[in-house]
Design a protein around this ligand. Sequence first.
Ligand SMILES: Nc1nc2c(c(=O)[nH]1)N[C@H]1C(S)=C(S)[C@@H](COP(=O)(O)O)O[C@H]1N2
Ligand SMILES: [Mo]
Length: 311
Amino acid sequence: MSLRWLPSLRGSEVTDRRLYLDRRRFLATTAAGVLLSAVASTRSSRAAPLSGVVPGPFSTDEEQTPFSDVTTYNNFYELGPDKDDPAKNAGRFRVRPWSVAIEGECAKPGVIAYEDLIRPHRLEERVYRLRCVEGWSMVIPWVGMPLAKVLERFEPNSRAKFVEFTTIYAPDQLPGQRLPLLNWPYREALRMDEAMHPLTIFAVGLYGEELLPQNGAPIRLVVPWKYGFKSIKSIVSIRFREDQPVTTWSQAAPSEYGFYANVNPNVDHPRWSQAKERRIGEFFRRETLMFNGYADQVAGLYAGMDLARHY
Ligand SMILES: Nc1nc2c(c(=O)[nH]1)N[C@H]1C(S)=C(S)[C@@H](COP(=O)(O)O)O[C@H]1N2
Ligand SMILES: [Mo]
C-alpha cells in the first residue's frame, strides 16, 4: 500500500519540519494515527511498523537524521568494519526466532523468547542523540522501553552491581565474526545505577518500525550519554554480576576505550580530540556536549569520580 503520491501526506518536503514532527507526535497518540503515521512516511520501508507507540520523555526536538542515513551508515563489526558493510552484509542474519538468556545475580534467571521479553512493556518513542567515539553523531527516533522496567522483572539481588550484555555469536550469519576484528562475541556492561537510569532503554525499533538487522535487531541497548559502542546490538544474554565485567572495546584497546565511555568533550581520545563532532548530514562540525547533552539527568551518577581517569 502506498499513498506517497498524495501531496498532503508527504511530510517534511511539503509541510515544514516543525509541523511535520508535531503531526507525527499527535498521530502517534491516536488509534488511527498508528496506521496513518506509517502511511505518512516519505520513504519506502522494509521493516514492520510497530503499533501502540506513545511519545516518551527526554526527546530532543533537534532535526532527526534521515532514515536512509540511520540505516546505511552503521557500526556493527559483526557485519563488517566499514560504515556501509552492515546494511550490505545483513542478508543471512536471522533475527527471528530470538530469545534472551537472563543469568547471574537475580531471583528469576532463565531463557525468555523475544516476544515475551517485550510484551509487558509499553513502547515509547525517544528521540536521542547518538555520539560515536569516532566523532560523528546522529539524532534517532528510537522505539523502546526503559531498561529498568525490563530488568526489575528478573529481580536482581543485592550482589548485582553490574549488568553485562552479550551479542549473538553466529559466524555463519555474521561474516565479520569470521575475522579476528574483535574478541567475539561483543560484550558490554553498565553499572547497575546506569542500567536503571530512566534515560537508558532497550530499543526494538526506530522511525516507528522494527529495527533492521544493521541497527541491532531485534533488541539493543541505547545509552544516550555514552559513546555509541556502549549501545550493544542484537543482545542474546543479560547477566547480573557483582564484579565489573570486561567489555569488548576496553579489552581491545584499554588505553583508548574505557568502561565508562561517557561522552566528554574535555577528555580526548589518545589519538584525537573529542571536543567536536560531525552531525551526519551537516557540513560544519559542532561542539560536543558534556554527557552528550544529558548532564542534567546523569551528572549525579558520577559525583566525586575523576572522569579523566574513569574515561
Ligand atoms: N554488537 C555490536 N554492537 C555495537 C557495535 C558493534 O560493532 N557490535 N558498534 C557500536 C558502535 S561503535 C556504535 S557508534 C553504535 C552504532 O549504532 P547504529 O549503527 O545503530 O547507529 O552501535 C554500537 N553497538
Ligand atoms: Mo561508535
